[in-house]
Every structure is written in C-alpha cells, then in structure tokens.
Design a protein around this ligand. Structure first.
Ligand code: SAH
Length: 500
C-alpha cells in the first residue's frame, strides 16, 4: 500500500476569502481534514462532502486535544495511504505548532507540503484599518506571544521591545492585557501610546477597542472583549480613525448563512461577499436525479407531441441536461420546442447550456408560471420537468385553463448531512441571518434545531411558501420582494439599513 501525504494548510484568520487559492485547491482534494477551533465556518464550508473530518479543537472538559495526540492522528491517517489536510487558523507556523506536527511525520518518512496562510497578526489589524507599519512612525513590527503558564506573568523582555520602537502585536494575550500594558509602561513606553484590542477580526463579529496604553485594560474590560483577539501597540493604531473600512461596506458586519444545496450558492455567495457580508455555506438539502425518472424517456421519445418544456428550478434544468447526456442525446433534440422558466436563476441555467427561455412569468412563482403558460401554451401540450414533490399550484392553474400537460418527476430532494450543523454554526446574534430558497431547506434546517434556537433565527426567504414554512417552524421570517437572488440581497440590505 502506498503511504499518504499531509498538507499543513493555513486557513487565514476567519474571512473565507482570505484562504489562499493553493489552500483551497489542496482542501478540495482532501480525504481527511484535521482542524481546530480557529478555523472559521466559512472555510469549513469548503471541506469536500466525503472527507472525514476530525475536530481537534473541541474541548473535552476544558482541554483541547493534546498536541502529541494530534501529531499521532496525522501520522496514523497518512499511514493509511490518505491525503490528509491539517487545517490551522492563520498561518501554520505563526504560533501554530506546525513545526511540532512535522517532526513526527519526518521521523516516519511521511511526505508533506506546507501551504502558508494569511496570519492574523497582519490581517486582523488591516481589517480594522491599522497598517502594521507606516513610514512616518515605525520601521519594524514584531509579533509576540502573550501566552502565560498557569500562575505566571508573561515572560517578555519589555525593555528590549520598547527599545525597538516598532509596532508590537501580541497574540494569545487577552488574559495578560494588564500585565502587558503595565510592563511596557514600566519599561519606558509612553502611557499615551495608541493601542488597541481587536476581537474576532475579519469576521462579521469583529469588535475593537482603540485606546491608549494606560487606558486599554480598563476599556477592554468594559467592552467585555473576549477571544480570539490580538493586542496591537504603536503609533499606527491612531490611523484607525482615518482608515477604518470593513464595517463601512453595505453588508459589513452581517453574517449570512446559506442553506441551499451544495454547489448552487456560488452567485448568491459572491454577491453577498462583494457587499462585505461574512457568508457561511451550510447546505441543508441536496437534489439528485431520480434513478429511473419515470416517464421521462418515453416523453423524450415523442417530444414532437409537445409545444413547450417548462422548468421550475435551476436544479431541474441541470438534472434534465445530465439525463440528456446520460441517454446519449444532445440539445438538438429540443429544436422546435419552446422553453418556459420560472425565474432568472432557471433562465441562467438554461443559458449556460446555450438555451434561451421563451417565457419567464412576471411573478417568479409556480402560480405565476401556471398563469403565463395558460396564456402562451393554449392548444399545445406542455412537458413539466420538476421535482418529485412539487407545487400543485402550477398544475391547478393549467387544469383550470384546460392546458394539456404531462408532469414528469425528474429529481428528488433529500436532507443533507453536512460538517456544519445549525447547532454548531448559529450564534443567535442579531447580526446573523439565514437565507432559505425553498420550504424543503426550511424543514431540513428546523429538524436539526431546538425550538429555542429557532425562535432566534432571522430567516430571509425567497417567497411566501418558504416564509410560511419558516414561520411555522417558529422563526422570524422576512420575504424578498420577488423570487430571485437579487431581491434576496436587496431584502438583506434593507434589513441591515433598518438596523442602523
Ligand atoms: N497561527 C495563527 C495564530 C495562532 S495563535 C495565525 O497565524 O493567525 C492564536 C491567536 O491568534 C489568538 O489567541 C489570537 O491572538 C490570534 N487570532 C487568530 N485569529 C484571530 C482573529 N480572527 N481575530 C483576532 N485574533 C486572532
């Protein structure tokens, strides 16, 4: 058996956009992922579906998995011949104990690669509008651990640090904040030196306290600053008032959880990220082509009987095209047929295959499509290509208008078991919103949540039926003005503005 390999990958400080391209590529190929608590949910959402995930940040009692045990896990999984990704917050070698993990692998001749990550020491200040160096005030910056052993103060040579006159960045220092500030002042640093504590930087829940060396401990205590946080000391902290930028973005500070099927959230995710939201993908459902889509083959053999093909989702279009390919047909067999799509996303899925929809209703709902077809398809037969469980409104409309149709079930929806669960992801924070694009996603989500958790959920829904399902599950539901992605983004923007 061939031995496996370990990739030591830096996941960046939280914002999934700060994961490197190389890191993403390697993660996409992983068979085992060993991660700890600093890796943000946005990055965990990139873990491939069938990779085995080992959480070594989980605190049993109060102790994280001991380092020797983590080393042993990496060795064991690699010896099984697997591709193992060891995913760590920030950069794996900046106070990440990456070196220790490699030693055991080296002893056993296991292959490895290192993918550096963006370190929090630089990125967290940057997101707060603090450049770690600036020509006018410093010529170096220094990264120091503030970690202390039980019962001891930090073992730091404060005099040496003060002499350097550079920007000082302390990691793991929140519990020693007072001792650090006092140590620097006793070593001669001005009590007026600008200083800041930056909590959960680069994420939607980022908070900061910018103050002076003398006042920072009291100010941070008052703000109840928690971990993870970095302490930064130096003239550069004064630039924050001028350079702060991340929370000024349209959705800066908002966290959006997307629940739709894997691989279908890309464009919505990008729109939200461009506006500064932190996006977490937590697919609650998946769709799959029915094994034997009953009636589909028969319908395809007599396509000439139909005047229209109607699609009610982008997933429907994708599964239909997959089936065509599987049955060795190509889109030329659709020549002469007219195409109806329920809304913009379905249209776009058609366009990707070079097909232009002839009809999109004014209202992107099953009823809207039914009414539009009732007019347009008079005297013609319509082939509906939909999910196994689909809205009766569409067929009711067509029956009332005496339109001849055949309803062919194409795919089915199933609940998805993903690495991220609502219990693990949801914070109950008022800056968090959950997007639902179907009632089935609402139901799958609700099935995994306690009623008290559901009550806190702010659900932004694509249409009335989805919102009704969310309300029924006990969530606070908000509906987009029309059933499309852009309207969902707009609804989120309105909610964010209303918050002030
Ligand atoms: N390898 C990591 C650092 C690990 S030490 C890196 O390069 O970033 C853990 C410390 O990093 C935390 O105690 C905290 O001081 C800092 N840290 C990591 N992520 C952070 C974040 N998003 N916001 C603030 N501090 C963070």
């Amino acid at each position: 058996m061939h031995t496996g390999k370990v990739w030591l990958v830096g996941a960046g400080p939280g914002d999934p956009g700060l994961m490197t391209l190389r890191g993403r590529q390697v993660l996409g190929q992983a068979q085992v992922v060993v991660y700890d608590s600093l890796v943000g949910p946005g990055v965990l959402g990139m873990v491939p579906q069938n990779a085995q995930c080992i959480d070594v940040g989980k605190r049993a009692g109060n102790h994280p998995v001991p380092q020797e045990q983590i080393n042993a896990i990496l060795l064991r999984e690699a010896q099984k011949g697997l591709r193992v990704v060891r995913l760590k917050g920030g950069d794996p070698f900046v106070f990440g104990r990456g070196g220790e993990e490699l030693e055991l692998l080296c002893q056993h001749g296991i292959d490895f690669e290192i993918v550096p990550g963006i370190p929090s020491a630089v990125a967290v200040p940057a997101y707060a509008g603090i450049p770690v160096t600036h020509r006018d005030c410093c010529s170096s910056f220094h990264v120091i651990t503030g970690h202390t052993r039980k019962g001891q103060g930090p073992q730091i040579d404060f005099e040496a640090l003060v002499r350097l006159k550079g920007t000082l960045v302390f990691l793991m220092g929140v519990s020693s904040l007072e001792a650090i500030c006092r140590g620097l002042m006793e070593a001669g640093m001005s009590e007026k030196m600008p200083a800041a504590v930056l909590e959960r930087g680069t994420t939607a829940f980022a908070r900061r306290v910018v103050s002076t060396l003398a006042l920072l401990p009291k100010d941070a205590l008052q703000a109840q600053i928690g971990t993870p946080a970095i302490i930064i000391v130096g003239e550069v902290c004064a630039l924050e008032s001028q350079f702060a930028w991340s929370e000024k973005r349209a959705l800066g500070g908002m966290r959006v959880v997307l629940t739709r099927a894997r691989g279908t959230s890309e464009s919505l995710r990008e729109k939200l990220q461009q506006r500064g939201a932190e996006v977490v993908e937590m697919p609650m459902i998946s769709t799959r082509l029915l094994e034997e889509p009953s009636g589909l083959d028969a319908a395809l053999q007599r396509l000439g009987d139909f005047g229209w093909l109607a699609f009610t989702s982008a997933a429907g279009v994708r599964h239909f095209l997959t089936y065509l390919k599987k049955s060795r047909r190509d889109i030329r067999c659709l020549a002469g047929l007219r195409l109806a799509a329920i809304g913009p996303a379905t249209c776009q899925a058609l366009e990707q295959a070079g097909l232009m929809a002839d009809l999109v209703p004014g209202e992107y709902t099953a009823a809207g499509l039914g009414e539009a077809l009732s007019q347009a398809a008079r005297g013609q037969r319509v082939l509906l290509l939909r999910a196994k469980v689909a809205s009766a409104q569409l067929t009711r409309c067509m029956e009332e208008a005496e339109i001849d149709y055949e309803d062919v079930p194409l795919y089915e929806t199933a609940d998805e078991a993903s690495l991220l669960s609502p219990q693990g992801v949801l914070t109950g924070d008022s800056r968090e919103f959950v997007c639902f694009l179907s009632a089935s996603a609402v139901r799958a989500f609700a099935a995994q949540c306690q009623p008290e958790v559901l009550k806190q959920v702010q659900a932004v829904c694509i249409g009335e039926p989805t919102a009704a399902a969310a309300e029924q599950a006990g969530m606070r539901a908000f509906v987009a003005a029309c059933a499309c992605e852009d309207a969902m983004v707009q609804r989120l923007e309105e909610l964010w503005k209303a918050r002030g």
